[in-house]
Design a protein around this ligand. Structure first.
Ligand code: FAD
Length: 437
């Protein structure tokens, strides 16, 4: 196979993270940078297929979710600046997280503490007792809630495309419709096999950044890294609430999750940036990161569960709570009655008859090891590569700051020290980043 081209840095995957990494690198690095993406545009998978909420970090436990908490706190202002400068949707509808059981009030108290520890200020959230909640959102029922006032509804797909466009204007090469099928480490870099239509080409890079979402772990495994981890794919389905629903609800409505050690959130009531109202997402176990079909492919799912390493999966599959959740999540994927039933626990008047159909599903890729689900993003390194694994919610919110963090680590470790530009390109986020220094 002929070697087609050589780059200093290749980024695999143009989701919100790959695009933010490309832009961040393009500000200070004058070597050649290419982003390889299998689809014909940036951000077409999870980075578009999500809830579209800029999450403030009140609900993220500072020690367990440090990276996500810090990234989402910093990125809030960065995304807001991008939206304002480029006229992209930004609606600060706020998020109300409800205690649906009396015991959830303890979590609400913890959220108030975590909000402050994670850098939010006291004007950005409110704690509501049950009567204040009734007054604030009369259609919603609960023992109390936290209102995060500045959570915003956005279009992460549009954010991703804009950031990629900015990276390209700084000289980044975007190679679309090109599927990376293999990456091999060499003594001075990496060889990357790429399938483009019927053609197979081979590229060389001094350094590879793997930010390929659902494919990140398989690529790392092929390079004999992160062997202790397995990945499970959970599809989040949404149901659309039609215009016939007369209820006026002004915030996104979330509930304190009941099954905290699993990635099963109870469904939310979501206000999309364009005004559409949806219920979801659930978390239906599927075989691949791109399984958007309504019928589970059980054959492929069984094969997936048998892939190595099997130990983390055996532990989960023998856990009766996990199995019963898997069943009930599939039920709410197929049945709008089931989704509406779950939502009526906090919005009693929301009948099935108001649900008009399905929204756009998206798949989260959750890493597990022998202790269970991994709570944070994971970075795995080799001499000439870094692999970003388990980059889940609130990953879209945190992407610009997380990209800055990764590039800083790579520079500090000397892995990408070559060819710094003499003159810094001005960052779209200059003012926001300087305010943090
Ligand atoms: C249902 C759901 C709701 C969510 N809601 C929110 C939310 O409201 N707020 C929030 O902040 N976060 C949310 N998230 C999380 C957030 O969407 C993700 O953390 C984020 O989009 C991940 O971005 P990424 O760039 O890592 O992955 P992706 O968007 O998956 O991008 C990876 C890219 O790599 C490409 N790729 C994969 N393999 C290859 C290959 N072999 N060769 C070439 N290209 C390849 C893919 O085509 C894709 O474009 C949600 C996630 C889900 C699933």
């Amino acid at each position: 196979m002929p070697l087609q081209k050589e780059y200093d840095i290749v980024i695999v995957g143009a989701g919100v993270l790959g695009s933010a990494l490309a832009y961040e690198l393009s500000l200070t690095f004058s070597g050649s940078i290419a982003v390889i993406e299998k689809e014909n545009g940036a951000g077409l998978h999870t980075s578009t297929r999500n809830t579209g909420v800029i999450h403030r970090p009140f609900y993220l436990e500072p020690e367990k979710k440090k990276l996500f908490a810090e990234s989402s706190q910093i990125s809030y202002r960065m995304w807001k600046a991008l939206a304002l400068k480029h006229d992209l949707p930004w609606k600060e509808n706020g998020t109300l997280e409800i205690a649906t059981r009396e015991s959830d009030l303890k979590s609400i108290d913890s959220y108030a503490k975590w909000a402050i520890s994670n850098g939010m200020n006291e004007e950005e959230f409110k704690i509501l007792g049950s009567s204040e909640l009734k007054e604030h959102e009369p259609l919603v029922k609960g023992y109390g809630a936290i209102l995060s006032i500045t959570d915003a509804c956005v279009d992460f797909g549009a954010f991703t495309s804009k950031v990629m466009e900015l990276a390209k204007s700084n000289g980044v090469e975007f190679i679309s419709e090109s599927n990376v099928t293999d990456v091999r480490e060499t003594s001075d870099g990496a060889l990357i096999k790429v399938r483009n239509g019927g053609n197979e080409i081979s590229l060389k890079a001094k350094f590879v950044i793997n930010s390929s979402g659902g494919d990140s772990l398989p690529i790392a495994h092929r390079m004999h890294l992160a062997k202790e981890y397995a990945v499970l794919h959970f599809r989040g389905d949404y149901w659309v609430v039609g215009d016939s629903y007369p209820g006026k609800i002004r915030n996104n409505i979330y509930t304190v999750p009941r099954h905290k050690k699993f990635p099963f959130l109870d469904p939310h009531f979501i206000l999309r940036f364009a005004g559409r109202r949806e219920l979801g997402p659930n978390a239906a176990l599927v075989a691949t990161p791109y399984d958007y079909s309504d019928r589970p492919d059980s054959g492929s799912l069984v094969l997936k569960l048998l892939e190595k390493p099997t130990l983390p999966k055996i532990k989960l599959l023998t856990n009766s709570e996990f199995i019963s959740l898997v069943r009930s999540e599939w039920k709410s994927s197929r049945s709008k009655d089931e989704m509406a039933r779950q939502v009526r626990q906090f919005i009693p008047g929301l009948d099935t008859s108001y649900i008009t159909g399905k929204g756009l599903s998206g798949v989260r890729n959750s890493l597990i090891d022998s202790r269970g689900f991994v709570p944070e993003a994971v970075l795995e390194h080799s001499d000439h590569s870094v692999h970003i694994l388990n980059y889940n919610s609130p990953g879209a919110t945190g992407a610009p700051a997380f990209a800055m963090h990764v590039i800083r680590l790579l520079k500090e470790s000397g892995k990408i020290s070559l060819k710094e530009t003499d003159t810094l390109r001005t960052s779209i986020w200059k003012a926001e980043v300087e305010a943090l220094l």
